[in-house]
Structures are given as C-alpha cells and as structure tokens.
Design a protein around this ligand. Sequence first.
Ligand code: ADP
Ligand code: GLC
Length: 481
Amino acid sequence: MKKILFVASECVPFIKTGGLADVVGSLPQKFNREFYDVRVMIPMYSCIPLDLQKKFSFIDHFYLSLSDWVKDKYVGVFKTVLNGITYYLIDNQEYFTCDHPYGDVKRDIERFAFFDKAVLSCLPIIDFKPDVIHCNDWQTGLIPVYLKEQFQAGDFFRDMKTLITIHNLKFQGTWNVEYVRAITGLSDDVFTDHKLKFYKDGNLLKGGLVYSDYITTVSQTYAQEIQTKEYGEGLDGLLYSRRLDTQGIVNGIDPDYFDPSKDASLEVNYSWDDFRVQKPKNKKSLQKELGLELQPKKYLIGIVSRLTDQKGMDLICAAIDDMMDEHTQFVVVGTGERKFEEALLYHASRFPGQMSVHIGYSEKLSQRVYAGVDALLMPSLFEPCGLAQLIALRYGTIPIVRETGGLKDTVIPFNQYEHSGIGFSFQHYSLEDMLGSIYYSREVFLHQKREWNHMVERGMKTDYSWDKSKNKYEEIYYYLT
Ligand code: ADP
Ligand code: GLC
C-alpha cells in the first residue's frame, strides 16, 4: 500500500478560489484504494462553510516554533472523512481566521510557512507516514525545504519523497530575503541563488522546485512553455535545468460532479443524446434570469472566470464593441481586479438586454451559465491547464480559446472539411486574432447549425475524466519510491 499525502491551500468542497481546489478535491478520490492510501491536508480557515466545520473532529494539539519571530504557535489538528478520503485540517486562529484564503503576500508567507512546518510536524502525531508528500503551488513550497533541512535526519522522515505540482507559476510567494529568513528560521545557506534566493527576495515556490524530488505541472504545453523566458516568470532557467524531473500531466474534471444530466441547479437536465432539444431551455431560462432578451437564435457567449490579466480580460474589454452585433449576447460571471469589474459593468450598461455582468462567486449561477450559453470565451494570456473549458465541453458549450498551455492541449480546433474538432482557437494574443475566432464561430453557429451540433456532440462525448492522468501520477509515485 502506497501512502500519499496531498497538501494544498484549497480543496473542494471546503474552500475554493479557482481550479486548484477542483483538482485537490477530485484527483485524490480517483486512485485505486486497494493500493493507495491518499489523504489530504489543508488549513482550517474560518471561512470554510459551517455545515462542513461541524463534521471536523479534533485529534490533538501542540506548539510549534519556526524562528525567533514565529514562536510557540498553537497547532490544532482536526480530521474528517468524506467519500472515503481522510482530510486533515490545520488549525490556528491567528493565521486562518479570514474571509478569503489569501490576502497580503507578506502576511501569507508567514501563514503558509507556519502551515508547511505544521504539516510535517503533525505527521508523527497523527501516525501517518506518507511515502510521497504531494505539494501544490507556492503555499506548500517550504514543505520539501523543511523536510530536507530540518526533518529528514529523523527516522520517521528519512525515506519520505516530495513531488510539487505547479498550477500557476505566476504566484511564487516572494518577499525580501531578510524577512523570509526571519520568518522561516531556515539557515543562511538556504538563501543562495541556487536555492531560495531570487534576486533580492526569498522565493517559496523556488524552494519547492529546488528541493522537491519531482515536479509536475498541469499540461504538457505549459511544462514546455515555463522553460522559456516568455512564460518562465524568472524561473525558466531553473525549470530547464530540472526538465528531466518534470512532467506535464493534464488535469481532469470530476464527470459526476459536472454532469448536465444530474446537475440540480439547471432548469432542465440533458446529455449528448438530447441536448438539441433540452439545452435551449436552459439558454432561455438563463436569458430570463440575467435580463437578456429572450431570443433563442442569438449567439450567446459566456465567461466564467477570475477577472485578471491571466484570463485575457484586457483583450475582452477592448473587443466588446466589435463583438456585440445584433446577433450576439454576452454574459460574464466572475470576480477579480477592480479595474476589470468596473470596465465590464460599464460595458454591460451600454448594452442593456444584450450583455449581462455578474460580479461575484456563485457555483450555481456558473453552472447555469455553462449549460445555458452557446460558447465559452477563454482568451488567456497564459493558462497552465484551465478547467472552465473542460466544464463547458461537458455541458455542450463550445470553447473559444487562445492556443496556450492546457487550452492548446484540450481544445482540438474545428475543421469544417474533416468535420472534426470541439472548439475554436487562435494563436496570437491579439484583438484581431481573437475577433477572427469569435466571428468564425458565430458564422458556424448561425449558418451551419448541423456542423455546430455535431461539434457539441463530439465535445460532450470526449473523456475529460482523471482516468489517464491519474495513471501518470501513479507512475511518478511508483518511480519516486
Ligand atoms: P483558475 O484556476 O486559473 O481560476 P480554471 O479554469 O482552472 O482557472 O478553474 C476555475 C474554476 O473556478 C472553475 O471551476 C470555474 O468554474 C470556477 N470559477 C471561476 N470563477 C467563478 C465564479 N465567479 N463563480 C463560480 N465559479 C467560478
Ligand atoms: C491554476 C491555473 C489553471 C489550472 C488550475 C488547476 O489556477 O490558473 O490553469 O487549471 O490551477 O490546475
């Protein structure tokens, strides 16, 4: 039996700000339980829904010091079992009382440094000795560092291996070296250019990438891209040097959770054999809900996204006047940078009945959007994997994406001569290219409806489950141990 500990800062159903939570919520469920004992550890944020918090049971507590600055901090360990998976939660009210899991980076570095050391420290107490600790993103970057620098001398930790998955290289957890050193209590020789030092900063993700035994990221294309200057966020050299220990493994989604034939938040359920009749009913009720004209034939484009540079929001804002013709409607559900929220609301006010913007995070509304719109627009500047396009495809919605990262690997472009493909894509991050793709997709939607519907059917029948990718993780766990 292999023992795997997943550690992350988000996990569905407890806490979610993006795709990381979907991955950590679904992947651990997929391993064969005869051979894998996979458990998950996250911080016990106060903003976890109360009905879930009620299910947590207290295991033990202890006190933990990182340095002279971070001393004698309380660590509570809680646990709950959901769908047969054990979840551990690390409690400390000073650090994890919050409305949102992330805030100011400087403070977050202290919160997650504490979390990372608490994760390792509690393992003997909960008597779980993982063969592999599977870390995710910068918030867990210090786990491989603490393990090798401070824990591995002890018998309990000697054979433990670490794997770190990069979900987004943009966020690295950096602050000046003196601060990171004072918080973490790591010795001076850890803060060299070959280890945690990054220009004048201490960089927690870099620590994870240098110290972990293996690195994965969430698509093959992104694994290549991050070894280049354009996408490497300053770490391309390091990632290139570790390329033999790096693999891109595309994410899956949970087909039972994202299932239009069962989803209770939809007006009407449907699947690939009746979407032609049923999906339009969801479109109509979405138009009604959002105050759009009840026009079944209009081309309804949607976005469900964080409203940030990564997601191509500047292109979208610049494209609205050219995009919005008399055949088109547009809906946006998202939260993010204030400037994008305001710009989108302003544009919506100029196109009443035609464009609707909902600033906020709502799972139910987002699911009705995936089901109700005809196409989902995702013109990302970069995209490690992207789950929104996979969810869209599952709901019979055609993705229009930029060919980058996981978008390139998952959306095969429509080919009208071969009657193949499941979406539309464009290469360059430019207004012209994006509009070209939108116009082409609209042409197909309005004038080649049979082609469109065949494409929807192909998309809905494609397998986005974890089946193949989970085998690749198993191979890595096997290789490491
Ligand atoms: P990222 O993790 O970079 O934000 P992904 O496409 O991988 O992008 O995952 C985003 C996830 O968050 C998807 O499950 C998407 O449906 C969800 N999501 C994003 N914004 C919202 C929102 N405003 N309301 C509900 N769900 C959202
Ligand atoms: C990150 C990336 C996104 C990816 C998700 C899950 O948030 O931005 O592309 O799908 O992590 O791996």
